[in-house]
Design a protein. Structure first.
Length: 150
């Protein structure tokens, strides 16, 4: 690497983390706009999607799907429960466990935002194969970086 290339590597525009940061902020703004119409935050949207996809989940299992710890997830679920989107019930198979399930209004809200992924894909300007490849690359990067932290 020449000294010119070395200097370029130190610029903010050359940093992968900065590119990802600005992309995430832009994604957040687009999601916020789309979800606000339905009274949802992005974490609420992801929780609805995870429960809708997997059925009733324990708080721990939901946290794993959302990659959130219980300290972050519990207040989110309390707000969602207060809004009538989810309900908590004892697991009939094991009364010690609490399951989080969608309520009818939660299912309705999830159905109302079903077009959000297509809208995001269309706004991205990327093809579906490009988006799939980007997702795979990001998943690989995340896994590799997590391994270096363990």
């Amino acid at each position: 690497m020449t000294s010119s290339n070395s200097a370029d590597a130190l610029t903010i525009e050359q940093q992968i983390c900065y590119a990802m940061h600005t992309t995430v902020r832009t994604f957040d703004a687009v999601y916020r706009e789309l979800l606000a119409e339905h009274g949802l935050s992005y974490p609420q949207y992801i929780a609805l999607m995870a429960i809708g996809e997997h059925g009733p989940l324990t708080v721990g299992a939901l946290g794993e799907h959302m990659r959130l710890d219980s300290g972050t997830l519990s207040p989110l679920l309390k707000r969602m429960e207060a809004a009538g989107l989810v309900g908590r019930t004892r697991d009939p198979a094991d009364e010690r466990r609490v399951l989080v399930a969608l309520t009818d209004p939660g299912r309705d809200r999830l159905a109302a935002v079903a077009d959000v992924p297509r809208t995001i894909a269309a706004r991205s300007g990327l093809t579906l194969p490009q988006l799939a490849e980007l997702r795979r690359t990001l998943e690989q990067l995340t896994a590799t970086l997590q391994e270096t932290r363990d």
